[in-house]
Design a protein around this ligand. Structure first.
Ligand code: HEM
Ligand code: CU
Length: 574
């Protein structure tokens, strides 16, 4: 509780207030603790709002039920996009950034006031967006807010407030890192997880500035102060909207590493390799934004081809590197524990009843095998001509941001509750099942959307029967999607119930365990014990993962080439 001499004027009054976490032995700064709690609570509130909207719009797109009228469908579609993709994910990420820049470095929060300012702006912006869309019919413009659809000026202002708030919170991440370095809170290079979060923070800074370039002109245009070209808006919007997904990606991968450390005690096999993969995101992902503009008339073929090829593949390479290195590290750690039988004995013996492990594996499978493969495919210019604006798009990104990011964040929450909220996790059985239920539902949602899209069902379309010709197989694939939505929403309700029951009931309790269900050992401390000898032991080499990697490549090639085949069958030349 020593008061430190402030390093910077804005850090005045910042104290070295912390408690020592009995499980991880890390210092938890008390400002950080409160910031994490506030951000996490807002994240869950937004997830709840977005989830209610999800259920209702899904029951509308499921043509057999077709629940809502057109206005309500588009209103809730707009709110769903904002509350989920913007609010839930970003609030959660801000909690993660505060955590990574202090607790993981044994450091203090050097700019708590600034961080609270950011939080308040985000909260006001997020609530305002909900109000405007709810009460103003003109502001039902979906979260992309494409010009020339003109929303109320307050709509754009709410985005600006949220973005400025997020930018401020991101800046405090960098301040914390600089101060921690100056105060010698950590030695050498920063831990891998913090490195991953820093990648996310750098991308977020760029992204938010780019977002300002899109939304500020739209705001002025809505006030009648300037003209705005729809093509320019789209270009700027996706300069923001696409990298924003890489922020989510980098944050998710950082969470993957920590979940793998927390549940099976991995030691990254080659830290330089993993860091390089993060750096690839940093340099190459932004250039891939053009895949959103592949049917835009104002841009040349050459520009589109260049911007969706080389750079995108280098970024994809980054994900491939993580997708190998994390399971490989898990395999080595589990083999070192003695699970050496055959190629996959380690996998069978993983702690499947530990929520963090279940969430990690579900998230990696859905993200890579469904989201990644379909994403790269529809990002290919020629194939995009068939897929553009069909349900294949939301089918792809529900596998990435829902099956991937959201599942990982949900799994991570279960550890935040004992370690940061200092409450015992309740309904543990529910927590064990939750990632599987949510993941399975999301898988069906994605597959149902993708297969409907393959048959030409368009996205963001309230009623697809207007032309009168809907093949019967569409009813089938939409039913798969609809049933998946019911299951996914059930998984979402399970998550929210576990979280609320845990944080609202029972006394405050110091955590005593890392693992929630699978045992009383502490893999986090064990991980430091994985010796070089164990890493190099012939018996512990990741042979199973290698097989999985090749299976993945085969699946990827089959799906990709099938799409070219389908494209070839579009025009019959006889
Ligand atoms: C409970 C699981 C969920 C279900 C059942 C669900 C369902 C849907 C449906 C039916 C649509 C409309 C598709 C269309 O007509 O084009 C949609 C759109 C969307 N969803 Fe979800 N969703 C879920 C979770 C999420 C989550 C967790 C996120 C983000 C993290 C998310 C992000 C989006 C986005 C960005 C859109 C596009 C909105 C637009 O086109 O303006 N969804 N979702
Ligand atoms: Cu994109």
């Amino acid at each position: 509780m020593t008061a430190l001499s402030p390093t910077f004027p804005w850090a005045k009054g910042a104290k070295d207030d912390y408690r020592a976490c009995p499980v991880t032995t890390l210092k938890v700064d008390l400002h950080t603790e409160r910031l994490i709690i506030a951000n996490a609570v807002m994240a869950v509130v937004c997830l709840t709002l977005g989830g209610i909207a999800a259920l209702l719009i899904a029951l509308t797109r499921w043509q057999a039920i077709h629940l809502l009228d057109a206005t309500w469908f588009y209103r809730l579609l707009t709110l769903h996009g904002i509350d989920m993709l913007v609010a839930w994910i970003v609030f959660f990420e801000m909690a993660g950034l505060h955590f990574g820049s202090t607790v993981l470095l044994n450091a203090r929060h050097a700019a708590p006031k600034l961080a609270w300012l950011g939080f308040i702006l985000m909260t006001v912006g997020g609530l305002m967006a909900n109000f405007v869309v709810w009460f103003d019919t003109n502001s039902i413009v979906t979260f992309t807010a494409y010009v020339p659809l003109k929303a109320h000026p307050l709509f754009y202002l709410s985005y600006i407030l949220f973005a400025v708030g997020a930018l401020i919170a991101v800046i405090t991440f960098f301040i914390n890192i600089v101060v921690a370095k100056r105060e010698a809170r950590f030695e050498g290079s920063m831990p891998l997880v913090v490195f991953g979060l820093m990648t996310a923070a750098i991308l977020a800074t760029y992204t938010l500035l780019q977002g300002a370039a899109a939304i500020v002109p739209a705001f002025l245009w809505s006030l009648g102060l300037m003209d705005l070209d729809p093509g320019i808006y789209r270009n700027f919007f996706w300069g923001f909207g696409h990298p924003a997904q890489q922020v989510n990606l980098a944050a998710m991968v950082a969470i993957w590493y920590s979940l793998a450390q927390m549940t099976v005690g991995i030691r990254p096999l080659n830290e330089k390799f993993s860091r390089l993969a993060f750096i690839l995101y940093l340099f190459f992902i932004n250039l891939g934004s053009a895949h959103h503009l592949l049917v835009d008339p104002g841009l040349t073929f050459g520009w589109k081809a260049v911007n969706t090829s080389y750079a995108m593949y280098l970024a994809v390479l980054g994900s491939m590197m993580h997708a190998f290195s994390i399971p490989a590290a898990m395999e080595v750690a589990l083999r070192a524990k003695g699970f050496r039988k055959g190629l996959f004995g380690w996998l069978r013996n993983g702690p499947w009843n530990e929520p963090g492990f279940g969430a990690l594996v579900t998230s990696m499978i859905l993200f890579g095998w469904v989201g990644g493969v379909t994403g790269v495919t529809i990002g290919t210019e020629q194939i995009n001509m068939l897929a553009h604006n069909t349900l294949r798009l939301p089918g792809h990104f529900h596998a990435t941001v829902v099956g991937g990011t959201t599942t990982a964040f949900m799994g991570f929450t279960y550890y935040v509750i004992p370690l940061i909220f200092r409450k015992e996790l309740k309904l543990k059985k529910w927590a064990v099942w939750q990632p599987y239920v949510f993941g399975f539902g999301t898988l069906l949602v994605s597959l149902g959307m993708i297969t409907s899209g393959l048959q030409g069902v368009s996205r963001r379309n309230w009623d697809i029967t207007f032309a009168g010709v809907v093949p019967g197989t569409v009813d089938l694939t939409l039913a798969i999607f609809g049933i998946g939505a019911l299951i996914a929403v059930t998984g979402g309700i399970m998550y929210i119930t576990v979280v609320l029951t845990s944080i609202l009931t029972g006394p405050r309790l110091e955590a005593s365990n890392m693992l929630l269900v699978a045992g009383t050992n502490n893999p986090l401390l064990e991980s430091t014990k994985l010796t070089d000898h164990q890493l190099e032991d012939k018996q512990n080499q990741p042979r199973g993962t290698l097989v999985l990697v090749f299976a993945f490549l085969v699946w990827f090639a089959v799906y990709y080439l099938t799409n070219w085949w389908l494209l070839g069958r579009t025009w019959f030349i006889r």
